[in-house]
Design a protein around this ligand. Structure first.
Ligand code: SF4
Length: 308
């Protein structure tokens, strides 16, 4: 009987430290998995390749496939939308873009006809939690020789109130044991652990990013958006194009990356362009609060540590 140790690696510092800790402890039956949203900075993909070489651990890319759901959405557009009297030009526009692109984040938004938001945060579940459950945990749970499955999660208590309340270990409903070995570590300890093992951290931390992951994340704050726009304008251009495409898949013929009215007085719900321009100003309430810079319950609080 085998105990499987699964580590969710995001390319961020905490999950990297967790992987290094497992290696230091010489844990057997170790698998590193990366839930690929298709919305990461190229530096993160490069970093994951570096990390695999440096540690000798293969990092498996896990991706969801939304093809069937996009196909079903086409049926909805052709049937329900027409029956509702939606303008034929809107239907044609939607059908012109409702085709799987192979990019999980974009395909998810095409299927939904909108972007995720702090209030409808379906991205973590659809792009990370479900794919890992379906493609990694469920086959192991069904394997006859599985004794235990231990899910190593690189979360730290000082990241948020939600994470501060987590225990170091607990059991999920499906029997998977959640293990959070760096729960009480500080960020400095995490970086120090990289130094100890002579493993570099993701270079994005040295380029103004407080966290790595989706570029940008729907939870990014004003300062982060400003930094992304200044340093990585190509990422902004990519998402602006996504706004155009997802807008065409929407019944309203419009969709913005940042949802309307996510915080009082902010310009979200216009376009990413407007949000970027606003991020360069001192307007809009607290200087660094674009959406939810503080731990007010709007931040991603995935207990799995899948979103940094
Ligand atoms: S990093 Fe942000 S945008 Fe990406 S899946 Fe997590 S919450 Fe969603």
């Amino acid at each position: 009987m085998i105990t499987h140790n699964i580590i969710s690696v995001s390319g961020g510092k905490d999950s990297t430290a967790t992987l290094l800790l497992a290696l230091e402890r010489k844990i057997e039956s170790l698998r590193a998995v990366f839930a690929d949203t298709g919305h990461e900075h190229a530096a993160t993909y490069d970093y994951l390749e570096y990390l695999a070489v440096e540690t000798g651990v293969k990092i498996e890319r896990i991706k969801p496939d939304f093809s069937a759901r996009i196909e079903h959405k086409r049926d909805v557009v052709c049937g329900k939308w027409r029956n509702e009297g939606i303008d034929e030009s809107i239907i044609e526009a939607a059908l012109s873009v409702l085709k799987p692109t192979g990019n999980p984040f974009l395909d998810l938004c095409l299927w939904k006809g909108r972007f995720p938001s702090t209030r409808a945060r379906f991205c973590t579940q659809e792009l990370k939690v479900f794919p890992i459950q379906q493609q990694v945990f469920e086959p192991l749970l069904n394997a006859v020789d599985t004794q235990d499955i231990i899910s190593w999660q690189g979360v730290r208590a000082d990241e948020s109130m939600a994470r501060a309340n987590l225990p170091e270990s607990d059991e999920a409903d499906n029997g998977v044991i959640n293990y959070r070995p760096i729960l009480c570590w500080t960020a400095e300890q995490v970086f120090e652990f990289h130094r100890k093992h002579k493993v570099k951290w993701n270079p994005l931390y040295e380029q103004g990013m407080g966290r790595v992951g989706c570029m940008p994340c729907i939870n990014c704050n004003k300062a982060e958006l400003r930094e992304i726009a200044l340093r990585f304008p190509e990422e902004i251009e990519r998402v602006k194009e996504w706004e155009r495409i997802v807008g065409l898949a929407s019944k309203r013929s419009a969709s913005t990356f940042f949802a309307p009215n996510t915080a009082p007085g902010n310009p979200m719900g216009t376009t990413l362009d407007t949000a970027v321009e606003w991020s360069k100003t001192a307007r809009g309430g607290r200087q660094y609060d674009l959406i939810a810079a503080s731990d007010n319950g709007k931040q991603c609080s995935s207990a799995y540590g899948l979103c940094e």
